[in-house]
Design a protein around this ligand. Structure first.
Ligand code: HPA
Length: 268
């Protein structure tokens, strides 16, 4: 299946050879609009590719250049809470590897566990916590595509993190750094859950990213992850949580994120 998906995408790409893939999180789709010389492939035109079902997620691959670098962008991601089979996430990421993707820039919208990191902040992900949610690697492993027991000690590549921190400093874009914890969702956390995961060492919480990162590490793809903070965690603010707030705050912060990613790509 991975070969088949890679073959279909390559056929559409023709001579294009992206080496960087970008996954856009909730409300962050407009980075896709900055892509030059773009070629759009709707997910439904790729046989075997999962479909995106969440509002704020468009559902297409965009190939083209960003700051002069060839990229392949997923505008619309897949979440386990959609009921998507986890293995499909591995199929997509492994297909990217077969296409020659070497680095994955992954973005998401997330809740903050610190008042000092409010909505609108950007947080570079230095590590993650998976609260025992089955990963897409559960099931038989084909060693051809990656090891049975992937090493997660440098999942969020230290060198890429150093480079993006330098880029952010040059641009004077404030960039926090912290640990992302994935909850399955789709409900937001309870106040007690937020207190508990703060004790566990998380700085931000969201409902995505970990499955793709695990698959990328398995496939030998370098990862750079950035969370856009869209709200304070439940109980850390007085108002209720909502998806519309996530989308609104993410689109507000997306200009800074776009600038940061473009400059990073342009430089490295
Ligand atoms: N919790 C989980 N996922 C999220 C949040 C949150 O507070 N904000 C945006 N995505």
């Amino acid at each position: 299946m991975m070969e088949e998906i890679a073959r279909q995408i390559q056929k559409r790409l023709g001579t294009r050879q992206p080496r960087t893939a970008i996954i856009l999180g909730s409300g962050l789709g407009n980075l896709g609009e900055e892509i030059q010389d773009s070629l759009t492939i709707p997910y439904e035109e790729i046989n075997g590719f999962p479909h995106s079902t969440v509002s704020g997620h468009k559902g297409c691959l965009i190939s083209g250049t960003l700051a002069g670098k060839e990229v392949l962008c997923m505008q619309g991601r897949f979440h386990l809470y959609e009921g998507i089979e986890p293995k499909k996430i591995n199929t997509v990421i492994t297909a990217f590897r077969l296409l020659g993707i070497k680095e994955l820039i992954i973005t998401n919208a997330a809740g903050s566990l610190h008042e000092e990191m409010p909505a609108g902040s950007l947080m570079l992900i230095k590590d993650h916590i998976n609260l025992n949610i089955p990963t897409p690697l559960v099931g038989p492993d084909d060693e051809k595509y990656g090891p049975r027991f992937p090493d997660m000690s440098n999942a969020y590549d230290a060198d890429s993190r150093k480079k993006i921190k330098e880029t952010a400093a040059e641009l004077q874009i404030p960039l926090f750094e912290g640990v992302y914890l994935m909850m399955l969702g789709p409900c937001f956390e309870t106040p007690a859950e937020i207190r508990a995961i703060r004790l566990l060492g998380a700085d931000a919480v969201g409902m995505s990213t970990v499955p793709e990162v695990v698959c990328a590490v398995h496939a030998g793809i370098k990862v750079l992850g950035i969370s856009v903070i869209t709200n304070l965690g439940t109980g850390l603010k007085n108002s209720a949580q909502s998806h519309s707030e996530t989308i609104l705050q993410a689109s507000k912060a997306s200009a800074a994120l776009t600038t940061l990613i473009k400059n990073y790509l342009g430089k490295y």
